[in-house]
Design a protein around this ligand. Sequence first.
Ligand SMILES: [Zn+2]
Length: 376
Amino acid sequence: MRTTGDQQLLKRINRSVLLRLIRSQPGLSRARLAQQSGLTKSTVSALVRELLDEQWLNEASAPVAADGMGRPSTPVRLNEDVRVLIGVEIAVEYLRMVCVSLTGVVISQSEVPLESTEPARVCVQAARLVQGQCDGLQMKNLLLSGVGVCLPGAIDDDSGVVRFAPNLGWRDVPFLDMISSAFGDAGVPTTSIHLQNDADAAALSEYEFTANEGKDPLIFINCDVGVGAGIVLNDRLFSGAFGLAGEIGHTIMQIDGLLCSCGRRGCAETFIGSRVLGTSAAMQRAGQYLGVLVQNLDVLFNPRTVILGGKSCIDNPSLIDDANQTLATYAELGGVPISTLRAARYGLLAAAVGAAALTLHRFLRPLSPGSIQRVG
Ligand SMILES: [Zn+2]
């Protein structure tokens, strides 16, 4: 029978439903999977067979006692020992790469200075780095499931075009196409390639690789020279009409304040950006303004989880303490529950790990835009 495009999509959706169930409840049996997914037992059986053959899953070597659903069953789990993801962070001064398991365990990491900010040269350098990693994976019999790339800029999710990356000096660069070709030229094995803004990617490092449910809406605030946020809302990244949502460093906190890098005055960046954190008094003030910023986000999104990351927060935990204190004061005055901020789980690796998480995030959401399946 000829399989049509719609049937292929339906199959991908059904596979993703099963993978998400198995990820949140490792060891489910096929019978339980059918019960919880609403799919027929024969569909579950066929899809699980396929996922086992492709090494997304593995199963116990022998059936275990019945779990209240009849005959003994064989539990299935994500195949963490075989399938891996690669994440690449392109920053203004360096390239950082990580290789992680399907559950977010960092297997390897590396960082090299960025040789040039010219897009074509960045592609060649990143491709060389990824190709070297792929050789290592082959020797360990690990299977690559996707490469995610992130950078500091606004990205059009549908086309993979970097609309605007001021710190790299880029405007309207078709970067996903370019890096995909560079991977081909460097001999990177065929795989799916994804592109995302760095703060958005960092949000996914927490969203995809933190086990507990109920973390949505999630906001990841990246504090460095600039201040940006990645927002996960209703199980999707919220990037806005032009990929600019979350540029919270440019929310105005003071009328006629200091001049900001963006041309406006009194932006959050002029209080919190790393360039103004020279003294302990400035640091304390930055913590308070960070608390104000989170308070304002709290009113807008009522998030369940707010994470603070980026070099400023990782190097200066007092920033997080001061922000928490400020936030608690507002909560008390407003008579609302106190939200708690915490530091990024992956520290300075958050964006790179998040880029790797992006590949899984999109694989598990077949209707999401923005990936290239490169034909090798
Ligand atoms: Zn600004």
